[in-house]
Design a protein around this ligand. Sequence first.
Ligand SMILES: Nc1ncnc2c1ncn2[C@@H]1O[C@H](COP(=O)(O)OP(=O)(O)O)[C@@H](O)[C@H]1O
Ligand SMILES: CC(=O)N[C@@H](CCC(=O)OP(=O)(O)O)C(=O)O
Length: 259
Amino acid sequence: MKQKVSIVKIGGNLIENETILDEFISNFAELEGPKVLIHGGGKLATQLAGKLSIPTQMIEGRRITDAETLKVIIMAYGGLASKTIVAKLQGKNCNAIGLSGADLNLIRSVKRPVKEHDFGFVGDVEEVNTGALTLLLENDITPVCCAITHNKNGQLFNTNADTIASEIARALSNHYETHLYYCFEKRGVLRDLKDEDSVIEQINAASYKQLLGEGIIADGMLPKLHNCFNALKENVSYVYIGSIDMISNRQTKKTTITL
Ligand SMILES: Nc1ncnc2c1ncn2[C@@H]1O[C@H](COP(=O)(O)OP(=O)(O)O)[C@@H](O)[C@H]1O
Ligand SMILES: CC(=O)N[C@@H](CCC(=O)OP(=O)(O)O)C(=O)O
């Protein structure tokens, strides 16, 4: 039987709030077995760009990343967010290491092809270095991955953190029974965004199509669910969307995604 690995993605809205981040770090540090943390930081990047008078433009949940925006991304995700999270995990005796996709050649990507839009320095994942990840996990080291990839030719790219989480889960699923958790600021996918109790507890491919048609899934939830189904199609065993409580043993509602 394969060993369980937990792949946990934490959204940028949560890492902005220190109290919530600390609670998440405690929950994550207590998770047993090998684990990987992927963090966003979209809100942080938007705030930092604003302070530097660099305008932010998002299309279909993805950031248009010109050369100046890429510098902000590297500072915000690879610097502030990554090091803050790693220090907090070390404070809980979790031996974490902060990595971008360039470190250990962890994630190689190519520039997102220009179709309707040119996203600039945004990369689509081509390959995850599974050997490097398993080497760390087998030595009780917890990788903390940010939303930055590279092309192995000296160029860094901004890459959606949900996609990185699903690609890492997919890569590890040959070696482990993979459990992928998307933690964000709501308790799951909601039928009504104004009603926190309207969590849809199960979504499968058929109900997903229906929810899309009804316009219930929008904005950042679009790439998130797309990534969930991609992961399941590639042998990831379990995929969940919910609050930070779902990775602790506390009973909570969450959305379970199935094919
Ligand atoms: N049906 C839905 N249920 C929950 N959130 C939804 C839904 N449709 C759209 N959203 C939006 O998606 C956002 C989550 O996407 P995003 O901001 O990319 O998450 P993250 O913080 O994990 O990066 C929510 O804040 C919410 O505004
Ligand atoms: C290409 C692209 O859109 N990249 C994302 C990466 C960060 C991210 O995904 O962060 P959240 O999880 O906080 O949304 C961005 O720059 O916003």
